[in-house]
Design a protein around this ligand. Structure first.
Ligand code: ADP
Ligand code: MG
Ligand code: MG
Length: 207
C-alpha cells in the first residue's frame, strides 16, 4: 500500500463509476465506447499496479499505468492517455515532490506526449481542452502567492470550464470530427474523462 497507489485507485474508481456516462456522451457524436474503453484500461492498469512490489515512487507507477492503458484500450484515447502517463512517469526524478512545480512538469510532459502523437491543438474538442487549462493553472506566471491547494482547486474549475467550452465547438480531431457541426452541443468525452480523473485526484489529495 502506498499513497501513490491509493491516489491512482481513486482516479480509476472515478472512471469506472462514470463508465456509462462517458460512453453515452461518446454515442452522441462518436461510437459510444469511451467509457467502456477507459474502464477496461483502468481495470487492467490497477491489476498491474497491484502486482508491483514497490509503489512508493511516482515514476515507475505512472509508467506501469501508461503501458497498461496502451495495451488494453482499443480506442483513440487509450494510446494517447497511455503515452501521457508513460511520459509523465519518465519526467519524474529525485526532485519530484507533491508541489506546484512537479505538477507543472508532469502535466507538460503529458500534454507533449498527446500532441506529438495526436497532432491536436486546444480548441479541436479533445482531451487537451481540459488538460491544457489544468496545466495553465500551474504555470509560474499564474501561481504567485498561491499554495498548492489553491492552485489544485483553480485547476479543478478550469477543467470544468474547458469541458463546457467543448460543447460549443465542432470536433476537429478523432471520430467525432467525422460528424462535423453535429458534434456541437455535446461535451467531448475525452475532455470529460480528463476532468473526472483530475477531480478524483484533487478530491483524494484534499482529504
Ligand atoms: P474512439 O474514438 O477510437 O472510439 P474513444 O471513444 O475511447 O476512442 O476516445 C475518444 C476521445 O479521444 C475523444 O473524445 C477525444 O477527446 C480523444 N481524441 C481523439 N483523437 C484525439 C487526438 N488526436 N488528440 C487528442 N485527443 C483525441
Ligand atoms: Mg469512441
Ligand atoms: Mg471506438
Amino acid at each position: 500500500m502506498s499513497r501513490i497507489k491509493d491516489a491512482f485507485d481513486a482516479v480509476a474508481a472515478a472512471i469506472i463509476a462514470q463508465k456509462d456516462y462517458l460512453s453515452d456522451i461518446d454515442a452522441k457524436a462518436g461510437d459510444g465506447d469511451h467509457g467502456f474503453n477507459m474502464a477496461r484500461g483502468f481495470r487492467a492498469a490497477q491489476e498491474k499496479v497491484d502486482e508491483m512490489d514497490d509503489t512508493s515512487l511516482p515514476g515507475p507507477v505512472l509508467i506501469k499505468i501508461g503501458k497498461a492503458l496502451i495495451q488494453n484500450v482499443g480506442g483513440a484515447a487509450g494510446p494517447l492517455y497511455g503515452a501521457a502517463f508513460v511520459k509523465a512517469g519518465e519526467a519524474c526524478d529525485e526532485e519530484t515532490r507533491m508541489n506546484i512545480k512537479s505538477f507543472e512538469k508532469l502535466l507538460a510532459a503529458a500534454i507533449e506526449a498527446i500532441q506529438s502523437r495526436g497532432r491536436a491543438e486546444q480548441g479541436d474538442k479533445t482531451i487537451l481542452d481540459a488538460l491544457i487549462p489544468i496545466h495553465d493553472c500551474f504555470l509560474p506566471e499564474n501561481v504567485e502567492d498561491k499554495n498548492l491547494f489553491e492552485v489544485l482547486q483553480e485547476a479543478s474549475k478550469a477543467a470544468g470550464d474547458g469541458v463546457n467550452y467543448t460543447k460549443e465547438i465542432p470536433a476537429k480531431k478523432g471520430r467525432a470530427s467525422l460528424v462535423g457541426e453535429r458534434s456541437i452541443g455535446v461535451e467531448d468525452p475525452g475532455a470529460v474523462s480528463t476532468m473526472l480523473m483530475y477531480r478524483a485526484l484533487y478530491q483524494f489529495l484534499k482529504r
